[in-house]
Design a protein around this ligand. Structure first.
Ligand code: NSS
Length: 434
């Protein structure tokens, strides 16, 4: 077994000799003393090497240590409040596990984003990327905690499907044996609706796919979506759940990711501290009126673009709901608004600071005839939706749900401008490597 103490556990070893393994993050020599910074994924530690206290071989070995050499160091743990992490190691021995070339691509200077994306597999080792991945992980845990505390059951919906989940425009398709075309899931929602009739409150959380031809900072072709689906819940109850969830997520990030947010990402957390319920709500009609008063030429019936969302949200510190959009701007499965049949019972939640839509949700059409009419209007292949229509034929029920884009939420909370930094290996129109 490899003898190894994690850097984050050094506090329990003050005064003892331990061995730590990691990668060389930095190196500085000054006369007869050298300072190494080692990174092991749990933290950083400074290793102090005094020429007089190590063998000449070990001293000579320092020469061959380039950035990202992997190595094991043995030394005595000393508490030092000035050191990163609060401890340092006085080295007694050092061995190289894997050398790293002088040509290690990611140096401490600034690199262009294309270069960084081409070296994403190495870029991930840098402190900013590590901080973003830790925040993402904490938010995933928080999402699951929130939903399980409220009695939701996690279900897994298929990635390969014969039914178009959202819209025909952005499908990835593949041949599926003798059965024709399969699509990569744009959403798990339709399957979630079947599961909500079995389990009441469910959620799925996984990768979803959209052949987005647009190159924006908010679009990936593969992204993770959280999708709760709730039986006996209307649009109002749906928005309440979204508000509670988003408040919970921000509070969790502030509680558990303060170091990452403040020290590494330099996020202005006062902006996050002001995210408290209630979130403002604007009907679509009010949003259009506001945009037009600001000089926009947007027409009733148009969907809101990224720029419109920013303008609608600009006066608010909190996320803003825009609800009840025109039918034509939204997906086929949304329930017609009984008070204004030109619109549907839906909402988008727009994050502040220009981050745009992080959630899309709706009450689902539970009337068989209306749903069938919408499927036909949208010219969707009816035969693929027999099972979905059955849910309205056998014990239909009011139900609602939503999709929260994980990467957009992480980008907003971290204050990251482009969502490609919020997923380990982003997939975009122009990139599948690495
Ligand atoms: O298209 S959505 O608005 N809604 C749905 O897919 C529903 N079927 C969800 C549901 O009710 N169960 O997408 C939901 C969210 C949206 O608000 C964004 O935050 C995110 O998913 N989203 C994306 N993130 C990154 N890249 C792309 N291309 C993308 N598309 C949507």
């Amino acid at each position: 077994m490899i003898e190894n103490v994690h850097i984050s556990d050094l506090a329990g070893h003050v005064g003892s000799e331990v061995t730590v393994h990691g990668w060389l993050h930095n190196k500085r020599t000054s006369g007869k003393v050298a300072f190494l910074i080692l990174r092991d994924g749990t933290g950083l530690v400074q290793v102090v090497v005094s020429q007089g206290e190590v063998t000449p071989e070990v001293w000579a070995r320092l020469e061959e240590l380039n950035y990202e050499t992997s190595l094991g160091v043995t030394g005595t743990v000393r508490a030092d409040p000035r050191a990163p992490g609060g401890h340092e190691l006085s080295l007694t021995d050092l061995y190289v596990v894997g050398p790293s070339g002088e040509d290690y691509p990611i140096q401490l200077k600034e690199h262009g984003v294309d270069f960084l994306l081409e070296h994403r597999h190495l870029w991930l080792r840098t402190p900013r990327q590590v901080a973003i991945m830790r925040v993402r992980d904490e938010l995933i845990k928080a999402i699951r905690d929130f939903l399980h505390e409220r009695g939701f059951v996690n279900v897994d919906t298929p990635i390969l499907s014969g039914a178009i989940g959202e819209s025909a425009g952005t499908l990835f398709s593949t041949e599926y044996f003798d059965l024709g075309t399969a699509y990569l899931a744009q959403t798990g929602q339709l399957y979630n609706e079947a599961l909500a009739a079995a389990l009441g409150r469910v959620y799925c959380f996984g990768p979803t796919f959209r052949a987005e031809k647009s190159k924006t900072r908010r679009h990936l072709t593969e992204f993770w979506m959280l999708e709760p689906e709730v039986a006996w819940c209307d649009s109002e109850c749906n928005m309440q759940l979204q508000e509670d969830l988003v408040f919970y997520l921000v509070a969790r990030a502030l509680e558990r990711c303060r170091t990452e947010l403040v020290e590494t990402l330099e996020r202005d957390i006062s902006r996050l501290e002001s995210i408290v319920p209630p979130f403002p709500r604007l009907s679509y009609d009010e949003a259009i009126a506001k945009l037009r008063s600001l000089g926009s030429s947007i027409q009733w019936g148009d969907d809101l673009g990224a720029e419109d969302e920013t303008q609608v949200a600009q006066d608010y510190e909190r996320p803003v709901f825009v609800y009840n959009y025109p039918k034509g701007a939204k997906a086929f499965y949304m329930k017609e608004n009984p008070d204004d049949p030109r619109t549907v019972l839906c909402d988008d939640l727009i994050a502040p600071e220009g981050y745009g839509e992080i959630i899309g949700g709706s009450q689902r059409e539970d009337d068989y005839d209306k749903l069938l009419a919408r499927i036909r209007e949208e010219k969707l292949p009816e035969e693929a939706y027999g099972w979905y229509l059955d849910l309205r034929r056998y014990g239909t029920f009011p139900h609602s749900g939503f999709g929260l884009g994980l990467e957009r939420t992480v980008a907003w909370i971290c204050g990251v401008q482009h969502i490609r930094e919020t997923i380990a290996f982003p997939r975009t129109l122009k990139r599948m490597y690495p």
